[in-house]
Design a protein around this ligand. Structure first.
Ligand code: F6R
Length: 614
């Protein structure tokens, strides 16, 4: 949601800023804008719609040359996506310009006060309140950084603000509370941005900022202070991926590239997890073993696809550790007064590490003195920073809005955590854990095998192009895979798609089945309890009512095959690991169908990659 960038250095700010905004397009937005500090003062351009509209406007009326500026892609919250509501917003005097990510919750009362004092507002946004306050404060305080601190102390809610002052050339001031902001450190140039993709072209050195901090950057350095003006700690780090990871590399969509990167991403997530004695090591777990041994309940909290990864993880973690494990949607968690004690382990899963609902859930859990472990793909993001420990997935940047490699690597990281807990609690023998790890290590090759056979799904997408509704069924770990298959289709193709536990069919959903309705069924591997046979019966039930069955089952499953209109073969893997191979054809099918329908696969309508407001 909202991409923010600020630049100061020797280059033309407009080029750097537009390039940075382009790399943050994936975050989701509906208008874009830029402001630079030029010799004659501030110059602004902003346009509703895609960045291309702003670029076209700049081609017609270029901004004056400048080496300092700020830019923004806005995902509308307060006020529609119009030119006037697009950021940057300038103060009434035109002295300062501000871009903002987040929601200023007390904007209405602040705006009423300012209007009573004679300030005229040019937009409907909450952001303009910050611009107007900053414009007045900078006159009083004299410096932009002092003014920023004073303003931040009056704001409630979540915000990252980046500002320029026409009277302070060569300087940018930014502040953050509950919204992301990272500093990029170049040679003789500096960047601030919502994420490192915005400046990865120029530098791989970054600085994480903490909560309630203000940073002042000049071409040669940066200074971090708290909202009250004391020097504050910051954490420099090296970004372990480069520009090529943030580019499409010959694919038409980032999503397609990311689907195909999954074997590598899963291998990297598994890399280096065994010590010389064959014991599982998770360096990032900073909770001691004695404390983990006392854990008597695990609660996994996440949103969307990450929630479905958590649903898969529950089966594995309970099976291996015998500790009860709940999975909860983050936005529901803290509002129901959950039973959390100091012996509850809360596990959050978030690709971006910035999802506001998940972050609030962490804070709630920590207030109840629970330990929190984050599973996250983004180094230095707020969620891992605020957790007691973190297991990083090593998927590399995920730019397609629909999560793919995020999902599979999250599942793998959860498995590692489950096995680690089993090792610590001694609910599994060392050789059992080693066997499971060695099965996991074979997964990338099996995922590659699935990727090599995806032509069948491309054909299926062509056949299903006229469909209006699709169902997905699964049981056990196949159920979250069904939910994920339906979610991918909804968000990319905008078609009605539902996922159900296959066993629930007869309790209602079967009424949806009619002639020609495509029903995708994830069949558990053969020979596991009676699950397999029950799902095969479910396939027959929907087929008898006219459904067109797409059956995803393991190779050689001759019991399921006769009831499949389309049989999608999966490699043989243990039941708990089946989601890692079963989800790939569903991801690819959704990507193909959306492409055929002419949709923007990487930036589906209304969606943002990282949901930084509740
Ligand atoms: C769906 C999707 C979303 C995210 C959800 C959580 O394809 O990507 O449902 O999974 O918004 O995001 P993170 O993992 O960044 O917390």
């Amino acid at each position: 949601m909202c991409g923010i960038i600020g630049y100061v250095g020797p280059r033309q700010a407009q080029d750097v800023i537009i390039g940075g905004l382009r790399r943050m397009e994936y975050r989701g937005y509906d208008s874009a804008g830029i402001a630079v500090v030029a010799d004659a003062g501030l110059a602004l351009a902003k346009k509703a719609g895609k960045l291309a509209n702003l670029v076209a406007e700049l081609a017609e009326s270029p901004l004056p040359p400048s080496t300092q500026g700020i830019g923004h892609t806005r995902w509308a919250t307060h006020g529609g996506p119009t030119d006037g509501n697009a950021h940057p917003h300038a103060s009434q005097t035109g002295r300062v310009a501000v871009v903002h990510n987040g929601i200023i919750e007390n904007f209405a009362s602040l705006r009423a006060d300012l209007e009573a004092e004679g300030v005229t507002f040019a937009s409907e946004t909450d952001t303009e309140v910050a611009a107007q306050l900053l414009g007045r404060e900078v006159e009083r305080a004299g410096s932009l950084v002092d003014a920023m601190r004073a303003v931040c102390n009056r704001l409630e809610g979540a915000f990252t603000l980046v500002a320029v002052d026409a009277l302070s050339p060569g300087r940018i001031v930014a502040a953050r509370r509950n919204s992301p902001l990272v500093v990029g450190v170049g040679v003789g140039e500096m960047f601030v941005a919502s994420d490192v993709a915005a400046f990865i072209e120029y530098t791989r050195e970054a600085v994480e900022l903490g909560q309630d901090q203000v940073v002042e950057v000049t071409p040669d350095g940066y200074e971090v202070t708290s909202f009250t003006g004391e020097a504050a700690p910051s954490h420099p780090y090296h970004i372990d991926w480069d520009l090529s990871a943030a580019e499409k590399g010959g694919y038409d969509w980032f999503m397609r590239k990311e689907i195909f990167e999954q074997p590598r991403a899963v291998s990297d997530t598994l890399l280096g997890r065994l010590d010389g004695e064959g014991r599982l090591v998770l360096d990032e777990i900073r909770i001691d073993d004695a404390e983990l041994r006392r854990v008597d309940k695990i609660v996994i909290v996440a949103c969307g696809t990450a929630f479905y990864a958590g649903m898969v993880a529950k089966y594995a973690i309970e099976h291996w550790t015998r500790v009860p494990c709940e999975v909860e949607i983050a936005s529901e968690f803290r509002y129901r007064d959950p039973i959390i004690t100091p012996t509850t382990l809360v596990v959050t899963i978030s690709q971006s590490g910035e999802t506001a609902d998940t972050l609030m859930a962490i804070r709630h859990a920590r207030e109840q003195h629970a330990k929190v472990i984050a599973i996250c793909n983004t180094n230095g993001a707020t969620i891992p920073r605020e957790s007691d420990a973190v297991i990083y997935t090593h998927a590399g940047p995920e730019i397609g809005v629909a999560s793919t490699k995020g999902f599979t690597t999250q599942i793998v990281a959860c498995y590692l955590l489950g096995l680690y807990l089993a090792q610590v609690k001694e609910t599994k023998y060392g050789d059992e854990i080693r066997d499971l790890l060695s099965e996991l290590e074979q997964l990338p090759a099996k995922m590659q095998h699935v990727l090599d056979g995806l032509d069948q799904m491309a054909g299926l997408a062509r056949d299903f192009i006229g469909c209006k509704s699709l169902l997905f069924l699964g049981r056990h770990v196949g159920y979250p895979v069904a939910l994920e298959g339906a979610l991918k289709l909804k968000e990319l193709s905008y078609l009605h798609a539902e996922g159900f536990p296959a066993g629930e069919l007869k309790h209602g959903p079967i009424a949806l089945v009619e002639d020609g309705l495509p029903v995708f069924v994830v069949v558990p591997p053969q020979g596991r309890d009676q699950l397999h046979d029950k799902v095969v019966s479910n396939i027959q039930e929907v087929r008898a009512r006219g459904a067109l069955t797409v059956v995803l089952a393991e190779e050689g499953d001759d019991e399921a095959r006769p009831y499949a209109d389309i049989f999608v073969e999966l490699p043989k893997v243990p039941t708990l690991f089946q989601p890692l191979v079963a989800v790939i054809p569903l991801q690819f099918f959704a990507c193909e169908l959306a492409t055929l329908l002419g949709h923007d696969v990487d930036q589906p309508r209304n969606l943002a990659k990282s949901v930084t407001v509740e």
